[in-house]
Ligand binder design. Structure first.
Ligand SMILES: *Cc1c(COP(=O)(O)O)cnc(C)c1O
Length: 423
């Protein structure tokens, strides 16, 4: 589609024909009718395009997948039931027991557990690296059996901006794809395929939905990675469960995403529900508008916090004081996201008093919602840790994670100012 990204947020993926519903309909059907057994059989053999069972494909999901593929500039996408399912299937699609992955240590806690515990139990080993490492240090983490490099474009919650060109160069020099989680910036603020990433995953639960009404994930394939280097026989040799289909030959640039759908999703069944895809689509329609407002509000809040005497430190990559400002300008020129972290004076108690003084901002585990929300990791997600253990995890006892919403910025600032006075 030749339109710009904000137009694609609204229109890509669904073009109603004469007399069809203007708004993407919810196709709440598990199954689809065919006139002959042969027509259905051809679908099962992947010889024809069409829907036959909602685990593999559904018209509502298909439209949203096409929209997200257009936003990221990829050849295809696959919706999943959650962000966690997207990360698992993205890696599992190309990794077996006995393989190895390299992963940035600056990632979402859930993804860290998935790779550090569950994938290890499944026989896939993982080496964690700092995304700030030099090329030499990164190279040293790779092994002959390494099958991908995984990182977050803007990490949750540490807000580290990945140097995508460096990570892609290292991954490609080892013959493996770079998979990035682009949840926080969204394709509105960061287009990882333009900087060499090969596969993108998202938790659509966050900004893409933006209203906190559904859990979901998505995998997007750039179509750019050349799988034919001997490391990925699953993609270059016949799949007997589909009568000898060879994904790289039969599906060309869409090899990876086709396999993710017809192999991974067929066997694992972590597909999105049509109703959730419909809700996600409503969120996507306003994504460009919302991201602009999240970023302008967050920058105003970050600048305010930087000047406030009750605040010890502020971490927001769009601030000139940030160590990641140059990388943010390069990879996310329109802004990073609405998420800020900062430290309140007075340690753990000061942070708790601040949280309790807020009225507009609500205390929730969620981030990236249109409502401003806050989390104090030391008294919630990490409450079992001592101050020393928190320090080792890179979380100070006074750290507040603030997800700035799209309310009027004056109301957000007044709420924060009042709460800080009570610290
Ligand atoms: C929330 C989140 C996930 C997990 O997504 P769910 O939809 O909660 O399963 C993965 N990555 C990032 C960066 C996240 O913020």
């Amino acid at each position: 589609m030749g339109y710009r990204i904000d137009t694609n947020c609204i229109h890509a993926g669904y073009e109603p024909k004469n007399g069809e519903p203007r708004v993407l309909p919810i196709v709440q059907s598990t199954t689809y009718k065919y006139d002959t057994a042969q027509a259905m059989g051809d679908l099962f053999d992947l010889k024809a395009d069409g829907f036959f069972y909602t685990r593999i494909g559904n018209p509502t999901l298909d439209a949203v997948e096409k929209k997200i593929a257009a936003l990221e500039g990829g050849v295809g996408a696959l919706l999943t039931s959650s962000g966690m399912a997207a990360s698992l299937l993205a890696v599992w699609n190309i990794c077996h027991s006995g393989d190895h992955i390299v992963c940035s240590e600056a990632i979402y806690g859930g993804t860290f557990n998935l790779f550090n515990k569950t994938l290890r139990e499944m026989g896939v080993d993982c080496t964690f690296v700092s995304p700030d490492s030099s090329e030499e240090e990164l190279n040293a983490a790779f092994q002959d059996n390494t099958r991908c490099f995984f990182a977050e474009t803007l990490s949750n919650p540490s807000l580290i901006v990945a140097d995508l060109e460096k990570l892609a160069k290292v991954a490609h020099s080892h013959g493996v794809p770079l998979i990035v989680d682009n949840t926080f910036p969204t394709p509105i603020n960061c287009r990882p395929f333009e900087f060499g990433a090969d596969i993108v995953v998202h938790s659509t639960t966050k900004y893409m939905d933006g209203h906190a009404v559904q859990l979901g994930g998505v995998i997007v394939d750039s179509g750019n990675f050349n799988w034919d280097n001997g490391k990925f026989p699953d993609l270059t040799e016949p799949d007997e469960s589909y009568h000898g289909v060879v994904y790289a030959k039969d599906f060309g640039k869409a090899a990876y995403i086709t396999k993710a759908r017809v192999h991974m999703m067929r066997d694992i069944g972590a597909q999105a529900a049509p109703m959730n895809a419909f809700l996600l689509n409503l969120g996507l329609e306003t994504l460009a508008l919302r991201m602009e407002r999240h970023c302008s509000n967050a920058l105003a809040v970050a600048k305010f916090l930087e000047q406030n005497e009750k605040v010890e430190w502020v971490n927001y990559p769009d601030l000139e004081s940030s160590k990641y400002h140059a990388l943010a300008k390069k990879y996310m020129p329109n802004g990073t996201s609405g998420v800020i972290s900062f430290g309140v004076k007075g340690g753990r108690e000061g942070a708790v008093r601040f949280m309790e003084g807020l009225k507009l901002a609500s205390i929730v585990t969620h981030v990236a919602d249109l409502r401003t929300c806050v989390l104090h990791p030391a008294s919630t997600t990490h409450r079992q840790l001592t101050d020393e253990q928190l320090d080792a995890a890179g979380i100070s006892p006074n750290m507040i994670r603030l997800s700035v919403g799209i309310e009027n910025p004056k109301d957000i600032l007044e709420d924060i100012e009042t709460a800080l006075k009570g610290v």
